[in-house]
Design a protein around this ligand. Structure first.
Ligand code: SF4
Length: 332
């Protein structure tokens, strides 16, 4: 038994906190979630400082390169064609327009430019256009990330050949709760795409969403799944559900912000060397909650007024908050 500085039982084998391991059990993750808040935050801070400068925040910008009309039925998503959310479907953006946005993101201080397309999986002719975007964005000196839905092994290899640095594909929630959120593809489909991305040599961005009506045990299951992947995702976005009118989750109850901060802290402790991104949901989050998330080990944000189709804090609000916290952008 490992005992924290205040004497709380961490129920993790002695000396293993801070170690990069892939054999996390649900019992260990559950014990971390159950720690008294001061112990949890202390451990998260301690482990964060082993791998990162705690003042630094990685800044990414996310652009929707193909919006709406998605055939998948993700219950949280305003871009699903299954729900009436007022999001108009648009075609894939053209290369010049994407590059113009990437240049703006770079000037605003982003080190990574993420391109999101509302597809179940990309068609080959679309992939060709996306590969040109990846090459163009990379040539601007930005890291590239894409989120395009499910990929075959061959598609992952094509993206790698175009110079893609990161691929985002979230597991969303626990294996047990997944079927309540999405019925048009399986958890196993998700894991297979992640394996194709990893095998192609692309870095993985993979996390989940909380506040979708899941139980505390589902949050345990989500983190245990992420922390038990053969290689930890280099980037772990933790999203707070944005309840968009028209989606099945619109009327759900908001999650206690402390439960959100705990999820960030447990992600930090179990995946010590990964960048943990405070992702969707910041627009409705108090600055104090965001500051607690940074203390819990979050060290990345999306910067820019929009996250795909939902609002994000205005850039000057983020700059102001980071200044007041004495935090600075991480260089890539
Ligand atoms: S989350 Fe992605 S896959 Fe799911 S409906 Fe939205 S755009 Fe489609």
């Amino acid at each position: 038994m490992q005992v924290s500085s205040s004497g709380a039982d961490l129920s993790v084998p002695h000396g293993r906190l801070g170690e990069i391991r892939h054999d996390w059990t649900a019992a260990e993750v559950r014990a971390l979630f159950a720690l008294p808040f001061p112990d949890l935050m202390f451990e998260a801070q301690r482990i964060h400082r082993m791998h990162f400068d705690p003042r630094e925040v990685q800044i990414s910008t996310l652009l929707s390169i193909k919006t709406g009309g998605c055939p998948e039925d993700c219950a949280y998503c305003p871009q699903s064609a299954h729900y009436e959310t007022g999001v108009a479907a648009a075609k894939l953006m053209d290369l010049d327009a994407v590059l113009a946005e990437a240049r703006k993101a770079k000037v605003a201080g982003a080190s990574r430019f993420c391109m999101g397309a509302a597809w179940r999986s990309p068609k080959d002719r679309d992939l060709e256009e996306v590969c040109a975007m990846i090459a163009g964005v990379g040539a601007l000196g930005l890291e590239t990330c894409a989120t395009l839905g499910m990929l075959t092994q061959g598609q992952a290899r094509r993206l790698k050949a175009a110079g893609l640095d990161y691929y985002n594909h979230n597991i969303d929630t626990s294996p047990e709760y997944y079927g309540r959120i999405i019925t048009t593809r399986t958890y196993q489909d998700r894991l297979e795409t992640l394996a194709h991305v990893r095998d192609a040599g692309i870095r993985v961005c993979c996390g989940g969403i909380v506040g979708m009506g899941e139980s505390p045990e589902d949050r345990v299951g989500m983190i245990a799944t992420l922390a038990s992947l053969p290689v930890h995702p280099e980037s772990v976005p933790i999203n707070m559900l944005v309840r968009v009118e028209g989606t099945p989750l619109a009327a759900g109850e908001a999650l206690d912000p402390i439960a959100f901060v705990r999820t960030v802290a447990v992600a930090r402790i179990t995946m010590p060397a990964s960048v943990v991104r405070l992702s969707a949901g910041r627009e409705a989050m108090s600055e104090e909650t965001q500051a607690l998330c940074f203390l819990a080990g979050a060290n990345s944000i999306f910067y820019g007024p929009k996250l795909l189709t939902t609002a994000n804090p205005a850039p000057d609000r983020d700059t102001n908050l980071l200044d007041r916290l004495g935090m600075v952008p991480m260089s890539s």
